[in-house]
Write a protein that binds this ligand. Structure first.
Ligand SMILES: O=P(O)(O)OC[C@H]1O[C@](O)(COP(=O)(O)O)[C@@H](O)[C@@H]1O
Ligand SMILES: [Mg+2]
Ligand SMILES: [Mg+2]
Length: 293
């Protein structure tokens, strides 16, 4: 595809309308970061300080996505309640800006989305599509649907396919692990030592999950934000971060795990549940699960 993404069309599949709307909004979101790097003076439902851009991007996406025919619900990391538009076909969950603490230093961040065919909160097995926008030196999108991953470059309203049927490279190269090292559990620390001791592996950690996971998709490897001492469910949110990432990485031939089972199998209790997240090449996730057993 090398075309301007269309305005939402009531005759079209709501999933494709949602994806086209997010892709078309990416240039505007990127531009809108300028002047919105300061604190918003409020906390999100996870107790984190919001920056102005978090609140602004959430409102922009809420307005646009809830106006699409076929979208029943909109939920986001930045608001407590679901916007419920009735019993339409799909529910959209977004992390409007992932890694927004990187705004201050002007480092990479992204937008993450999951499209579910059940009311939220829903398990990852109810996802019908997911993806992310990466605001790097250029704006790109990775998108998974029906077990297949496509990468795009986004310029203005245009979406250009860069690669289809994307799979994780066979020889994993990069690793990145979140959380303070003194708070890692011993078994996890041992696993990390083993990964680090291989001279073919390189550390990549940028403080925005989406930047780090995109490196894993590009070079092969593993990203984790594990369970920590004092935070048994880690930091990342199941609906807005864990499930969409896991769905895409699994569609690319990789694996996801909360330490023992696929992220996509977890039944949520609450919209803002957190989850220990480990994603990457199957051989790494297999070894991780053995180590944490
Ligand atoms: O600052 P830490 O503990 O390394 O955490 C970084 C993690 O937190 C996050 O920034 C959380 O995402 P948000 O910016 O959407 O809250 C992840 O993107 C990233 O992996
Ligand atoms: Mg995030
Ligand atoms: Mg966020």
């Amino acid at each position: 595809m090398n075309a301007t993404d269309p305005e939402p069309d009531p005759g079209l599949d709501p999933v494709e309308n949602v994806v086209a709307t997010i892709a078309r909004s990416a240039a505007e979101i990127r531009q809108g970061l300028v002047g919105r790097r300061g604190k918003a003076g409020a906390e999100n439902p996870s107790g984190e300080t919001q920056v102005e851009a978090d609140v602004w991007a959430d409102e922009l996406l809420a307005d646009r996505l809830t106006s699409i025919d076929g979208v029943a619900q909109y939920a986001s990391e930045e608001r407590s309640e679901i916007i419920d538009g009735g019993d339409d076909r799909v529910s959209v969950a977004v992390d409007p800006l992932d890694g927004s603490s990187n705004l201050k230093s002007n480092n990479t961040m992204g937008t993450v989305f999951g499209i579910y065919d059940e009311p939220l909160p829903a398990p990852g097995s109810a996802l019908v599509a997911s993806g992310w926008i990466l605001y790097g030196p250029i704006t790109t999108m990775a998108y998974a649907r029906d077990g297949s991953v496509t990468k795009y470059e986004l310029t203005g309203g245009e979406r250009t396919v860069v690669e289809e049927d994307v799979t994780l490279p066979d020889d994993p190269l990069v690793y990145g692990f979140g959380g303070r090292v003194p708070h890692w559990h011993d078994e996890f620390r041992e696993f990390v030592r083993e990964i680090e001791s291989n001279p073919d592996h390189k550390l990549r950690y940028g403080g925005a999950m989406i930047g780090d996971v995109n490196q894993v998709l590009t070079y092969g490897g593993i990203f984790a934000y594990p369970a920590l001492e004092g935070s048994p469910r880690g930091k990342l949110r199941l609906q807005f971060e864990g499930n969409p990432i896991a769905y895409l990485i699994e569609a690319a031939g990789g694996r996801s795990s909360d330490g023992s089972t696929s992220i996509l199998e977890i039944e949520p209790d609450d919209l803002h549940d957190r989850v220990p997240l480990h994603v990457g090449n199957a051989e790494f996730i297999d070894r991780l699960e053995d180590a944490l057993e």
